[in-house]
Design a protein around this ligand. Structure first.
Ligand code: SF4
Length: 223
């Protein structure tokens, strides 16, 4: 069993409530979506067997908050990931899954070994793609068995109706989860600023804890 891995590196988490935590990043190559704002333009990969990848991870040692499995979409390689998690659990690593929140059957297969889930909510007006609400709903139901927070990219084109749909899903399924609103880093931040604060207020008034956190690793020039 082999998986395409775009890169393995150590750095600090640049997004969300675990901002600044030291992590080992394992970036999977493929993705099942094509968001217009995607900044993960991967053009090369190395194929690994699970035990080969585990050996690479072990070289970093254990002075890290967690291993971040990111992409692309790591759950496209669910069987492979399950094997890796089996190895890394034995060494006491914590597992942080960054996911686009659509592959719920795959999540079900390995949720028991995941500690923290950073789940995207793809607003159709932001991504330029179709509606993924039903997939997000099913995914969040499974993810809410563990610690999960939600992330949504906010663009100039983002529609308030999408925010309201997201808030309804969070309130229904995982009301204590935080929603992180991230400005699209390719757009004028001063224009987005007002919209983000307005969205945060709407969320907070609606009973969902929301915060505005930009992708800090980009601002700081980190990977
Ligand atoms: S889900 Fe993430 S990696 Fe996949 S296309 Fe969208 S932004 Fe890019």
């Amino acid at each position: 069993m082999r998986a395409r891995i775009a890169e393995i590196f150590d750095s600090v988490q640049g997004e969300g409530p675990y901002l600044g935590e030291k992590q080992i990043f394992v970036r999977f190559f493929n993705c099942n979506l094509s968001c217009t704002y995607c900044d993960t333009k991967l053009d090369r990969f190395t194929e690994y067997e699970p035990n080969e990848l585990f050996e690479k991870i072990r070289l970093y040692g254990d002075k890290y908050h967690s291993i971040s499995f990111t992409g692309g979409e790591p759950l496209l390689c669910a069987d492979f990931l399950k094997e890796i998690l089996r190895f890394t659990s034995g060494y006491g690593y914590r597992h942080y899954l960054e996911t686009n929140g659509t592959l719920f059957s795959e999540l079900e297969q390995l949720i028991d070994r995941i500690d923290i889930i950073a789940m995207d909510l793809k607003f159709p007006s932001s991504t330029g793609m179709g509606n993924l609400w039903q997939l997000h709903r099913k995914f969040l139901k499974i993810a809410s068995r563990k610690e999960v927070f939600l992330k949504a990219i906010i663009c100039q084109a983002t529609d308030e109706e999408d925010l309201k749909e997201a808030l309804a899903i969070i309130k229904e399924i995982s009301p204590s989860s935080v929603l992180v609103l991230q400005p699209n880093s390719y757009e004028d931040q001063s224009v987005l600023h007002k919209k983000l604060l307005n969205f945060k207020q709407i969320a907070n008034r609606g009973g969902v804890m929301a915060c505005v956190i930009p992708q800090v690793h980009k601002i700081m020039g980190l990977r």
